[in-house]
Ligand binder design. Structure first.
Ligand code: KIV
Length: 300
């Protein structure tokens, strides 16, 4: 008999869960960290079954699940609902909730109140927030209050407009130096890990070797301490533009469409449902039922 791990109380590591400080041990030992996004309980369960270390409930949900063309419209309520679903499904991986645009920019107090909702109400193990600069004081406030924070620099999709689009970052010496400075500050502010998105591989390598906390790359080369991909990109479920850093491990969309087509055909031809898909009732009950209906019909 298999037993499902009991859901732990919020902000406490559950049985089998990778303790957060061990991420740094993995880095020291050169063991790579596998992170993937997920947005619902079944995908959380599948990521858990596949041995994923960290599940990110990314605000990429706005694009790949909610149908927007950027991550900006994602709301706290939407992200909380998705995070609750993921934490119901994923028990062993660390679950990190992405703080949506507008949830942490206004003040340390508001950022902390929102971060606490992710941990306390939705069962997340930590939160991720984008940016260096003004985000650094937010990280300090959250970590100081006991909320584990993952940083995210490079291409930060919430500020894609200000960055001039979904473009690689840190491609000049000056910009690369600024990224390294942000990375150092985010580490000293208390981040437990740092996402590097769309950053030249040599820059990511330098940041990785400078920090003690693990870097998780997406479009940042093989020298990061871990990698992250978006669920729908990895599995071939997103029909929007896929960046060059995506590796597609399956192409599920055509398989899903083919299965749905077979279903539609079966419904239209009457091939589905078969007797094995239906419920029977005792003959005598059916007889009484039919007789009653007949009577009602005659009398009415
Ligand atoms: O929202 C997201 O999925 C992310 C990852 C791409 C790192 O931030």
């Amino acid at each position: 008999m298999t037993t499902r791990p009991r859901k732990p109380a919020p902000n406490t590591p559950g049985p089998g869960k990778l303790p957060l400080p061990e991420l740094e041990d993995l880095k020291r030992r050169g063991e790579k960290i596998a992170m993937v996004t997920a947005y619902d309980a079944p995908s959380g369960r599948l990521a858990d079954a596949a041995g994923v270390d960290i599940v990110l409930v990314g605000d990429s949900a706005a694009m790949v699940v909610l149908g927007y063309d950027s991550t900006v419209p994602a709301t706290m309520d939407e992200m909380l609902m998705l995070t609750r679903a993921v934490t119901r499904g994923a028990h062993r991986p660390l679950v990190v909730a992405d703080m949506p645009f507008g949830s942490f920019q206004i003040s340390d107090e508001e950022a902390l109140a929102n971060a606490i909702r992710f941990v306390k109400d939705a069962g997340a193990d930590g939160v991720k927030l984008e940016g260096g600069g003004s985000s650094i004081s937010r990280v300090r406030a959250l970590v100081g209050a006991g909320v584990p924070v993952m940083g995210h620099i490079g291409l930060t999709p919430q500020s894609a407009t200000m960055l001039g689009g979904f473009k690689a970052q840190g491609r000049s010496a000056e910009k690369a130096r600024a990224l390294l400075a942000d990375a150092r500050e985010l580490e000293s502010a208390g981040c437990f890990a740092l996402v590097l998105e769309a950053v030249p591989a040599p820059v990511a390598k330098r940041i990785t070797s400078t920090l003690s906390i693990p870097t998780i790359g997406i479009g940042a080369g093989a020298d990061c301490d871990g990698q992250v991909l978006v669920w729908h990109d990895l599995l071939g479920l997103y029909d929007g533009h896929a960046p060059r850093f995506v590796k597609q491990y399956a192409n599920l969309a055509p398989e899903i469409i083919a299965a749905l087509r077979r279903y539609v055909d079966d419904v239209r031809s009457g091939a589905f449902p078969e007797t094995k898909h239906t419920y029977a009732m005792p003959d005598e009950e059916l007889a009484v039922f039919s007789e009653g209906v007949e009577h009602a019909h005659r009398d009415g």
